[in-house]
Design a protein around this ligand. Structure first.
Ligand code: IMP
Ligand code: MG
Length: 178
């Protein structure tokens, strides 16, 4: 396949690692040591979530973890606006504090959907943690309780984030230039 795209580094692996450590300290101080469950929204958050739970563990927050696969994008770079559950989580969230983890908060439709779903299932509180915050694109009323980096309206890839299923394995976050 011909590939003329160039990827410019936005956040290096080292910058990400130190931001994730700081986020973990902030989160561990804010949420209850007992009764918190981490729910990662797949697919995009799996790399971030893996680093985040290790950073949380190293500051004493050893929380259970579950996963939910949600989809709002097709192959494109714009949200379709409709969120669907591709694969549901299995843990019971009733009465628990949930740390909802995603790679990026853009329109907010995905995380707004997930938050409502968890609250409707009886979660005591849902705190949102997004590695990236693309505020300019918000369509739902939602803010991150914990955000790693603010990003402008550019399509970013790497560290779990994909563009049509590619580039998830990059150790850094970059912007695709065509
Ligand atoms: P939202 O529902 O518009 O907030 O979008 C959330 C989901 O869209 C994220 O979990 C990502 O998977 C995907 N997404 C949004 N912006 C980007 C981007 O710049 N690069 C890669 N994926 C993105
Ligand atoms: Mg995603």
């Amino acid at each position: 396949m011909a590939d003329t795209a160039r990827i410019d580094v936005r956040f290096s692996a080292r910058e990400i690692a130190s931001r994730v450590d700081a986020l973990a300290r902030e989160i561990a101080a804010a949420l209850p040591a007992e009764g918190t469950v981490v729910v990662a929204v797949l697919k995009g958050s799996f790399v971030f979530a893996a680093d985040l739970i290790r950073a949380l563990s190293s500051v004493g927050a050893d929380w259970p973890m579950d996963f939910m696969t949600l989809s709002s994008y097709g192959e494109g770079v714009e949200t379709s606006g409709r969120v669907r559950i591709v694969r549901d989580m299995t843990d019971d969230v009733r009465g628990r504090h949930v740390l909802l983890v995603d790679d990026i908060l853009e329109s907010g439709l995905t995380l707004a959907f997930a938050r409502e779903l968890l609250l409707s299932r009886g979660a005591a509180r849902v705190a949102i943690c997004a590695l990236l915050d693309k505020r300019g694109k918000r369509r739902a009323e939602i803010e991150a309780d914990f955000a790693g980096f603010a990003v402008p309206d550019e399509f970013v890839v790497g560290y779990g984030l994909d563009w049509a299923h590619r580039h998830r394995g990059l150790p850094y976050i970059g912007v695709v230039r065509r």
